[in-house]
Design a protein around this ligand. Structure first.
Ligand code: PDD
Length: 294
């Protein structure tokens, strides 16, 4: 099926769509992005994704940013023309196109905007049922991981190293020995008291939209939750470990650097939250219009 991408005001064939070689995303990774799940043809948690996108742009002092309402219209159209029912919407906004110069461009240039979609969403059935393995890696990213920057080289290297060693994902550790997150998901553990623990928001991690959703689903279901910093030792001695993210949903972790977590099988809490998150998705109604502010 033909795929279409949105690039700076035009809907183009996906394979032909391109930005200028002087786009600052290409030159400096001077851009931000969002990955939004599409479910029954509608965007999941679009408002918090848009909030985070606007925050990322504002933290990087982007000027002439696109209106939120226009982004909503484009997103809906890209999903519609590609007939995506279940998939991923990718939004990238860069500081714009200008002759290469580290300084922000002078004058009134517009941000560049790209949106693409992909069919299919979520981890494989075997990953969901059996859980996944992680490989410990030093966190080599920059100090502003709360900004969803397209500068992902350290994430790419960490994920590839994990994959090359046979693991599904990287478990990233800061120089102080604390766990930050994985290359593309937030990390949680269930401690020996049954409390769900995940790292507090701050510049060390991305504030995951799925993290927030799972936090609220877990509280509603009566679980005790805590935001706290934890170490690799605490991960290894946890009752359960799991990841959350737009592309991973709630994904149980059963092994870290060849050390088995608990009995090596996805734990009850992880499985319950995984099911509850999937029920949350299943409960969403297809929306005729895409409201970016609700
Ligand atoms: N990544 N932490 C990092 C470093 C991430 O890249 C992501 C998401 C998350 C989870 O955030 P959310 O729940 O909002 O998806 C946490 C996306 C999926 C990606 O880069 O493809």
């Amino acid at each position: 099926m033909t795929r279409f991408a949105y690039v700076n005001g035009r809907y183009e064939h996906h394979d032909m769509a391109a930005v200028s070689i002087e786009d600052r995303g290409y030159q400096f990774a001077d851009g931000v992005y969002e990955v939004v799940a599409i479910w029954k043809g509608s965007a999941v948690d679009l408002k918090p994704h848009m909030d985070r996108l606007e925050r990322s742009m504002s933290e990087l002092e982007f000027r002439n940013t696109p209106e939120r309402s226009s982004l909503g219209v484009i997103a809906k159209e890209v999903v519609r023309v590609n007939r995506v029912q279940t998939g991923i919407l990718y939004i990238q906004i860069n500081r714009g196109t200008a002759p290469r110069n580290h300084l922000f461009p002078a004058g009134e240039i517009n941000c560049s905007v790209v949106m693409t979609v992909r069919h299919g969403l979520g981890p494989s059935v075997s990953e969901i049922q059996n859980g996944v393995t992680l490989k410990v890696q030093d966190d080599q990213r920059w100090q502003r991981r709360d900004i969803k920057s397209i500068g992902l080289l350290a994430n790419v290297l960490a994920k590839q190293a994990a994959k090359s060693s046979g693991a599904f994902e990287a478990l990233l550790i800061d120089p102080d020995g604390t766990v930050t997150e994985s290359s593309a998901a937030n990390v949680w553990l269930v401690d020996q008291d049954g409390t769900l623990v995940t790292r507090p928001l701050g510049s060390e991690i991305l504030g995951g939209i799925t993290r927030a959703r799972v936090m609220s689903i877990a509280s509603d279901a009566g679980y005790s939750t805590k935001e706290a910093v934890f170490t690799l030792d605490e991960v290894l001695s946890a009752r359960e470990v799991f990841l959350t993210g737009t592309t991973t949903f709630v994904l149980p972790v059963v092994n870290v650097d060849h050390a088995v977590i608990a009995n090596g099988h996805p734990g009850n809490t992880s499985c319950d939250l995984r099911d509850r998150y999937q029920s949350y998705l299943a409960s969403l109604k297809p929306r005729p219009s895409w409201h970016v502010s609700e």
